[in-house]
Ligand binder design. Sequence first.
Ligand code: ADP
Ligand code: MG
Ligand code: MG
Length: 883
Amino acid sequence: TKWVYSFGDGRAEGEAAMKNLLGGKGANLAEMANLGLPVPPGFTVSTEVCTYFYDHDRSYPPELEQQVATALAEVGRITGKSFGDKDNPLLVSVRSGARASMPGMMDTVLNLGLNDVTVETVARVTGDRRFAWDSYRRFITMYSDVVLGVEHHEFEEALELFKDRKGYTLDTELSGADWSELVGRYKEIVEKALGKPFPQDPREQLWGAVGAVFGSWMNARARKYRELHAIPASWGTAVNVQAMVFGNRGDTSATGVAFTRDPSTGAKELYGEFLINAQGEDVVAGIRTPQNITEKARIAAGSDRPSMEAAMPDVYAELVRIYGVLERHYRDMQDMEFTVEDGKLWMLQTRNGKRTAKAALRIAVDLASEGLLSRDEAVMRVEPQALDQLLHPTLDPKAERKLLASGLPASPGAACGEIVFSSEDAEEARKAGRRVILVRVETSPEDIHGMHAAEGILTTRGGMTSHAAVVARGMGKPCVSGAGSIRVDYKTQTLSSAGTTLRKGDVITLDGSNGQVLLGAVPMVEPELSGEFAALMEWADATRRMKVRANADTPRDAKTARSFGAEGIGLCRTEHMFFDADRILAVREMILADSTDGRRAALAKLLPMQRSDFAELFTLMAGLPVTIRLLDPPLHEFLPQTDAEIAEVAAAVGASVDKLKRRAQELHEVNPMLGFRGCRLAVAYPEIAEMQARAIFEAALDAAAATGTPVTPEIMVPLVMTKAELDLVKQRIDAMAVAVGSERQATITYQVGTMIELPRAALRAGEIAETAEFFSFGTNDLTQTTLGISRDDAASFLGIYTTGGLLPSDPFVTIDREGVGELVKLGTERGRATRSDLKVGICGEHGGDPASVTFCEEAGLDYVSCSPYRVPIARLAAAQAAI
Ligand code: ADP
Ligand code: MG
Ligand code: MG
């Protein structure tokens, strides 16, 4: 079996398409080598070795050692060096690389192959002792940390002590002799911790590092990341071994990262940071503040340190050339890592760059305009769920801003919440329903859960490509990084800046779009949607088959829904119109009435309110379809709870408090969700359905007269289990249409349909469709009733099911394809067999969930209906499902 794949010198055994086998990093290193780009030679140990490793008690396939030796020899041939050689040592990096990028999850070891002998050789050959010993101390630190488990801070402390003793402030002040002295100290630390010396044999070092990379696949951080991103453990990671190039060889050397376009805005501008005379992760770790790549960015940032464009013009030109090659080749924005050794640029990594939703949109639309993508491809490039970020509020430009401090605009959007200083506190507060801002000096992969729990993230150190910035952008959370004027004191749980001190629990607001940290809660405004948003949505709309409607109960919802492109209202829950203070009383009167007359009196009060609500909805929707569901109150939501509430109703109807209390007790239900609700109410008290039908018809006529556009309301009967129920309610509705028609001297057009939310209704859909003119699958209730899981009580055990793999995902978020989905398909088929033009839609939370929308497309539904903010998500998801 082939376990090892070489790359370098303008060719490679792998390619970008082999990500599963080589991991993302390895596949792209191979691809870059194939493109003739300057990549240090190396080889990739495949992910299959990782699988083998865990299947065979952490051991390797027998052929591996020979294959690695051969590949190493090839790297030596290309570089003219030799691994383990005393006089001409080849040094390598050992880098992990899983199939999906797992930023910061796995650690890299640089300068491997150095030991007490080769460090002297390197010093001699390069004539640079500082460089040689700086490289060696980096190697010892990284290797000890990653492979030997000796913690980083031990070395940091030794370094700080040393600097203090010598009166240095910066690492760059240390000479070769200084580093060499410190390396001695480092080796003592290792020996003391492990009881044996730091390994000197390069081969032992190499296999130690390879084993550590495979071992780290199962570490807690990596597992947590996989869990959050649904990456199966079975994928494994690859290991890349690559000849070192050195960014720490003085002022003609550097290391950096760059995005081919701005990952926050999507603007077509090379965007990134670099550090002169530095190695590896110095840039990402935020130890030194990096410099800008372009002059333009330098000027915008007001930095007085030269940009790469100014300091290294030839290298910059080469980087721009390569960036063009990579973008055209991958047809996407790239996130590149590079190192400059003595004026020569080397590419160390490229991948499709993570970006904000705003940038994703702009980049997709721009790439299509540049001819690199078709419109359909552009539509496929934007993750529907990511649109959420664009549809949410930003700070009100008119609001007063009390500036506490400024940092870098690391991830856009606004967030407001209480300060917490640890991820544990963030998670805890979140569970208690409080909104928090996570404040850290810098974040690390251990903070991922806290970042998830927080509304926004604030760090006092680190650049635009720091861990906090990259991860926050991926999560779509606002982030301000590197707010250097803020001092964080974890011990006292306070932060201070410019004379102001805040403690844990105080409220701040972050503006991730300009890097401001503001005191208190600053008001927010609804987002303005960009031209790219409109363009992409237009392309999506041109492709999709399904319609997208909104669940909208009030005129305000309807306005939002229309502004987001809803093509109608798929569900207006009339009971939601009743919660307002002036109405709830009349509703309670109606519910508590113990006679038809009493009920009619209450209904008479509700009629004009309903009529004007409906008229406003019809007018706003201007002829677009509007589905109104008849009253479906789980009664308990409306019953008066307190004595004061009961007294209020008693006074209004002129009955005694005791009597009403008794009545309320009578109506109490053990299991209201399966109780006296839905059409059962209309069956028992037809006058309620009649009032609502009258309100709908009169409103339709009023709105049609006012707008000149005919209105055809769709009246939906909830929670039907038999055709007989629907027949009965429909008769009442039809009779009311005749009555209103003759009173108003008008013909009324309308449809009567039903919600399918009980398994029995789905099974009997064939006969129900004899009466129903449309179906809408109420998948929230259908999920409850099919799985027998009460939505309101699921929280205590559902998590165990999803994390334990007993259910693939929360069935209330993503439709249970096999169970509920089967009923949807079957109900649709049986319904359409009876009535071929039966209109079928879905109106649960699932209507705005991309995976469920995909299911609806496959099931051949006519439309999905979802909450107003999710309408764009559904439009895009429906388009993607159709492509
Ligand atoms: P991560 O997955 O955390 O980004 P990488 O394997 O990309 O880890 O390594 C991090 C950094 O180490 C790289 O960006 C690069 O600066 C440096 N590096 C890795 N391999 C080499 C090498 N062969 N020569 C020089 N620097 C290297
Ligand atoms: Mg790393
Ligand atoms: Mg990298």
